[in-house]
Design a protein around this ligand. Structure first.
Ligand code: T1G
Length: 655
């Protein structure tokens, strides 16, 4: 028999039920069964008056065991267990640290009370897995928090911190302190003793759901439909919540369960599960197991432009001390202002307090002298994409940094081997390709050169973990994984235009498919000139790079939104694309009179091209596994997560 995952202790007339099911106390069948047995045993114990439910390890119950989802559900089912806890003859008090998520939060909802450490959060992230809560989350939550707060929690899937959860009525007390084994345990016991001196509140299932304002459901449904773009779970979650507000408890529970089981077997849920596990595996690649990363504290960033400042901000957010280097005082002042601007934006959006923004700036220093990097553990270069400029930077770094300091380039198109040419100790060199804005975008492509030492590569992954990013290792080729696929995608989209498909129709097709933007409006936003200059550079170097439609636009001065027009026209100060007569005229000689394609076909064709390029990349060893290609597309290029990425969506990987 395997080790028990539940133990029972006691403090006077209060029992402590302690779950210990690493890593995240997920509700495996064994755990459900042992909790049920604990409820039976404590009901039968006349000396026990209340039960505190605590978890060992890093977190409270993080949810159902996602790895059981492909298998038939086994008894005891979670909704029954939640009812069983609610029906216990003694009140249960959930004592939450870390995260109470999904089924974990539902177990807490079955308890008569919930208390949580300040640092804890609670949530129902099921929609992020393509499902809805399956154990009363949609039915009990509105009984505590009302339908508006419940709708936000359930259709958005984002957890709430303890203080906000308390304000919403989802927990009863916030416990001060940090240590779950001491502060939380003591706080929960004190709460339990106090609660026993008062009459018990009603069970959650017996509370009514307050009727919302008239028009509430119609408004919610249309907003959710607009956001969903084909993603099923948020709308189905809303329907379940509505049922909870309009039907008796048992009927709403049956509706929720049926919806949950239906979605669990869906293609979208399979895709989102595959992404879930790929994201968790990415930061710790198997081939680096046992390789110790180097310690990182002080990091230098060369270049204070949009990319450099974004990287510096990401580093400061993660607590590294940062030294930003620029070539002269003027550029340095601009770099400092860029960094300050990023934190000011955080304050404006309510993500940072003024004091936090100040502290972020206080941990950054600014210099035009590379000698300031003498103590740096890592330096990331983010200067102009020109080989001569970059090599000059690395020559300076070799002169001023410790020989064991890691030196990284953020190049997106140059060959990192060429950037590193002539560098002493090339084993410490690596490519770290961030995506703009670097403090927001989750993807980090990690590009070793042949000399890169394994510890240096492992340090790249450790850095990604510290920054909360999704790292993907890429081999050397033009554009690495992401930009190489982007190039093929854009070329395929241009081919459709050449065949006579309307530009706006292609963009609309990709938006309908779940992308935030289509390929042409995205180019207008980012500017067409960067890719153009890169093609021109390759042509100047004697390579055969066929003329693109984008080249024609740039040559006519149409570089995108910043010049008032690119593929589309833009009214001054506006970002809304308008069909452009000028573009039509410019491109007319290259465009055939073709038959139109429907949007679904357009999207499938373009995703097919991405996947075909992904396959070529895998065959060349530039990407190590299909899930890496999918993670790059989802986290760097806006591929709809619920479609699983181009490799998953085209059946090239199943999990
Ligand atoms: N099931 C199985 N394994 C899980 C898991 C889960 N729910 N959550 C995490 N793991 C594994 C993960 O793969 C990794 O494994 C290890 O635990 C550590 O995870 C009926 C339908 C809790 C905030 O969506 O958000 O309940 O790689 O690296 O950074 O309504 O894990 O070590 O082998 O992420 O400390 C809803 C998902 C399920 C929670 C901790 N619950 N988990 O973060 O660790 S649906 C979720 C998280 C549900 C009911 C339903 C995070 C965390 P390995 P980690 P972390």
């Amino acid at each position: 028999m395997s080790e028990p995952v539940v133990s029972i202790g006691r403090e006077g007339e209060i029992a402590l039920v302690i779950i210990d099911n690493p890593p995240v106390n997920a509700l495996s069948q064994a755990l459900r069964q042992e909790l049920w047995a604990a409820a039976d045993r404590l009901d039968a114990d006349p000396e026990i008056k209340a039960v505190v439910l605590l978890c060992a390890g890093r977190t409270f119950i993080a949810g159902a065991d996602v790895s059981e989802f492909g298998k038939p559900p086994m008894e005891p089912h979670l909704p029954d267990l939640v009812d069983r806890i609610e029906d216990a003859t003694k009140p249960w008090i959930a004592a939450i640290h870390g995260s109470a998520l999904g089924g974990g939060f539902e177990v807490a909802l079955g308890c008569r009370f919930r208390v949580a450490l300040e640092s804890a959060s609670v949530g129902l992230p099921e929609v992020t897995l393509g499902i809805i809560p399956g154990a009363s989350g949609t039915v009990r939550t509105p009984r505590l928090a009302g339908v508006a707060a419940a709708a936000e929690l359930i259709t958005g899937g984002r957890p709430l911190k303890a203080a906000k959860a308390k304000a919403a009525g989802l927990i009863d007390a916030v416990i001060h302190g940090e240590d779950p084994g001491e502060d939380l345990r003591a706080g929960a016991l004190a709460f339990a003793r106090e609660a026993l001196t008062r009459p018990l509140p009603p069970k959650t299932s017996e509370r009514p759901v307050a009727a919302p304002e008239p028009g509430f459901w119609a408004e919610q449904e249309s907003a959710a439909a607009k956001r969903a773009k084909g993603e099923a779970a948020p709308l189905r979650a809303l329907a379940s919540l509505r049922k909870a507000a309009e039907a008796p408890f048992a009927e709403a529970m049956a509706f929720e369960r049926a919806t949950f089981l239906d979605l669990r077997g869906s293609e979208q849920a399979a895709a989102l599960r595959a992404v879930f596990f790929a994201e968790r595996a990415a930061p710790r690649p198997v081939h680096l197991k046992g390789v110790e990363p180097k310690a990182l504290k002080r990091v230098g960033v060369i270049g204070g432009g949009t990319m450099g400042a974004g990287i510096a901000a990401a580093l400061r957010d993660a607590g590294f001390s940062v030294t930003l280097i620029e070539r002269d005082a003027e550029a340095l002042a601009r770099g400092e202002a860029n960094l300050r601007g990023i934190f000011a934006g955080g304050v404006k959006r309510g993500k940072l307090t003024e004091a936090q923004a100040e502290a972020r700036m206080a941990g950054a220093s600014f210099s035009t002298d590379y000698a300031a990097l003498a103590e740096a553990d890592l330096v990331i270069e983010a200067v102009f994409e020109e080989i001569g400029v970059k090599r000059a930077v690395f020559a300076e770094l070799a002169r001023h940094c410790r020989p064991e300091a890691i030196l990284a380039t953020n190049t997106s198109y140059l060959d990192p081997r060429a950037v590193a040419e002539g560098l002493s100790h090339p084993e410490r060199f690596i490519g770290l390709h961030f995506f703009s804005p670097a403090n927001v975008m989750k993807l980090l492509e990690i590009v070793p050169i042949p000399e890169t030492a394994p510890e240096v590569l492992a340090t790249g992954f450790a850095l990604a973990r510290a920054l909360g990013k999704i790292p993907v290792q890429a081999g050397i080729c033009e554009g690495f994984i992401g930009n190489r696929i982007l190039k093929r995608y854009r070329a395929a989209a241009e081919n459709l235009v050449r065949q006579g498909v309307a530009i706006a129709e292609i963009d609309a097709a990709m938006r309908d498919h779940g992308f935030a933007m289509g390929p042409f409006e995205a180019q207008d936003l980012g500017g067409l000139d960067i890719a153009f200059l890169q093609r021109e550079g390759a042509r100047a170097a004697g390579r055969n790079v066929p003329e693109t439609l984008g080249d024609l636009l740039v040559k006519a001065g149409r570089k995108g939104q910043k010049t008032g027009g690119g593929w589309y026209d833009y009214a001054p100060g506006e970002r809304k694309p308008q069909a452009s007569a000028a573009t039509t005229e410019l491109l007319a000689p290259r465009i055939a009179l073709g038959s139109p394609l429907d949007r679904k076909t357009i999207a499938e064709r373009l995703v097919g091209e991405m996947a075909a390029e992904g396959e070529a990349i895998l065959a060349e060893g530039v990407a190590l596994q299909p899930s890496d290609v999918d993670l790059v597309e989802i986290h760097g290029y806006g591929f709809p997560r619920w479609r699983g990425g181009p490799m998953f969506a085209t059946g090239r990987r199943s999990s």
